[in-house]
Design a binder for this molecule. Structure first.
Ligand code: ZN
Length: 115
C-alpha cells in the first residue's frame, strides 16, 4: 500500500530525529499533504496506527494538513487556488493552466513532543 510506505518513511525520519532526544515522547506528528499527492487521509491514519506500534511514536496522533492545488493563471497573471482536482482551469476566468505551483506536497510539517 502506497500510504504504508509513506508512513514507514515518516516513522523512520521521526525516530532518527528523536535519537538526539531520547527522553522525549512524540505526541503529535503533522504532515502537509497536497491534494495532488494521491494520498488518502483515512488510509494514512489506518497505516499510522500499525506503523507506529512498538516505536517511539506509538500512541501519538497523526494530523493531516491538507493543501489545496494552486495554479498560475496567465489570464489573471496571478495564482489561483483550485476548489478541487477535477479541472485545471482558473476559477476566476476559466483559462486552463498546467502551471501547478502547489498541491504536490508530502512532507512532515511538525513534530510535537511531550516534555
Ligand atoms: Zn484566471
Amino acid at each position: 500500500m502506497h500510504e504504508l510506505s509513506i508512513v514507514n518513511s515518516v516513522v523512520s525520519s521521526v525516530t532518527e530525529w528523536l535519537a538526539q532526544r531520547p527522553e522525549r515522547k512524540v505526541s503529535v506528528v503533522t504532515l502537509r499533504v497536497g491534494a495532488l499527492s494521491g494520498v488518502v487521509e483515512g488510509a494514512l491514519q489506518f497505516c499510522y496506527g500499525i506503523a507506529t506500534d512498538g516505536t517511539p511514536l506509538s500512541g501519538s496522533v497523526l494530523r493531516v494538513h491538507s493543501q489545496p492545488v494552486v495554479i498560475y493563471c496567465g489570464g489573471c497573471a496571478e495564482q489561483a487556488e483550485l476548489p478541487g482536482v477535477q479541472s485545471f482551469r482558473c476559477p476566476r476566468c476559466g483559462t486552463p493552466s498546467s502551471d501547478v505551483r502547489n498541491g504536490r506536497e508530502l512532507e512532515i510539517e511538525s513534530v510535537e513532543v511531550e516534555e
